[in-house]
Design a protein around this ligand. Structure first.
Ligand code: NAD
Length: 321
């Protein structure tokens, strides 16, 4: 197969997988396989920039929104994160950052394996909750998110703010849900992430309430009123939003790697799924200097853990049941 055909095949294959994953919440391949093909496409596109297709997943975030839902246009775009699969790739990220910011301080957070959520508070009251969708347009899931117990309907201060975070299904609730489905003769969910995504797209909000989703918020999307990411997280806690408490500062790769190893060791004991560690430049003014590509912030990177050896089989789930 020539390079052009190879790029076309990979693009179509990845778009097909992404649609099943993001829009139908029903993945047909493992994440590691998706990531492998994606990297193959990135490598071919880098070598042959003239052959990059307009529909390439490398310049798109997520997928289109489901037609059954009201669309919501985000005031501030939602980005994906650049991936790193090795220490060397983290070193390359650090080198890129240091070209602009000679002495960066990083903050390392857990990469929660759920789905992106955007919450819009007006005068301290939850007005809209939306999925990421393609980054510009998501689905309005306000009524569903109101059924998540840890999402405050009213913040402790009457402010206007747009916050971003992750909705996830705690492991215990995931196991309970699959047990119930087994007893009812229904197909099991492949993993907590897909169960969470499918749950938020339930039109019957009683089902959402029953399944016990939870959230971690990690980003202020509206212009920040704080100086650092750490201060944003502390402010969120004051407002009543749930923030993950496992985080660490780092000034070089050794400190970043130490945190990654610590997290890898406690990963199985956590009550929720994570798929890596997100490393961010802590100073928000420095984040502004670094800016964004079409798809990623240049001030952050997601280190992804190697795929689990015993991977669960991907099952087909019918969301109408
Ligand atoms: P991603 O999941 O690799 O990373 C970006 C997301 O991380 C953000 O949008 C945010 O929602 C989340 N996140 C979690 N914790 C965070 C934190 N502390 N700070 C900031 N963000 C945090 O990117 P993506 O674009 O959502 O998805 C791409 C990945 O999805 C692929 O690498 C692949 O593994 C998977 N995927 C799988 C299939 C499949 O068929 N199996 C298809 C498409 C995508």
């Amino acid at each position: 197969m020539n390079v052009e055909s190879k790029i076309k095949t990979l693009t179509e294959q990845l778009n097909h997988y992404a649609h099943a994953y993001y829009t139908l919440d029903n993945p047909i391949v493992e994440d590691a396989e998706y990531d492998r093909l994606y990297r193959e496409l990135v490598a071919l596109e880098t070598e042959n920039p003239n052959l990059v297709r307009a529909d390439s997943p490398t310049h798109r975030t997520g997928d289109v929104v489901l037609s059954g839902f009201k669309k919501y246009t985000h005031d501030y775009q939602l980005y994906s994160l650049q991936d790193a699969f090795s220490k060397e790739e983290l070193e390359a990220f650090d080198t890129r950052v240091r070209k602009e910011i000679p002495d960066p301080e990083y903050i390392c957070e857990l990469k929660i394996d759920g789905l992106s959520l955007s919450l819009v508070y007006v005068n301290g009251v939850l007005e809209t909750a939306a999925t990421r969708g393609d980054g510009s347009i998501g689905e309005d899931i306000t009524e569903q998110v109101k059924r998540i117990k840890d999402v405050p309907l009213v913040l402790s201060e009457p402010i206007d703010i747009v916050v971003r975070g992750e909705a996830y299904l705690p492991r215990r609730n995931f196991q309970k849900l699959n047990l119930e489905r087994e007893e009812e003769g229904l197909p099991s969910f492949a993993n907590p992430r897909n169960a969470a995504a499918g749950t938020l797209r339930q039109l019957d909000t009683k089902v959402v309430a029953k399944r016990g989703l939870a959230t971690f918020l990690y980003q202020e999307a509206s212009p920040a009123t704080n100086d650092t990411q750490e201060e944003v997280l502390e402010y969120f806690e004051k407002l009543g939003l749930v923030v993950n408490d496992q985080r660490a500062f780092a000034t070089d790769i050794t400190e970043i790697w130490n945190f990654i190893e610590k997290v890898a060791a406690l990963r199985d004991a956590l009550p929720y799924d994570i798929d890596g560690v997100v490393i961010k430049v802590n100073q928000l003014a420095q984040q502004d200097v670094l800016g964004f590509t079409v798809k990623f912030p240049k001030w952050a990177i997601a280190y992804k853990f190697p795929a689990e050896l015993a991977e669960t089989e991907i099952l087909s789930v019918d969301w109408t049941v």
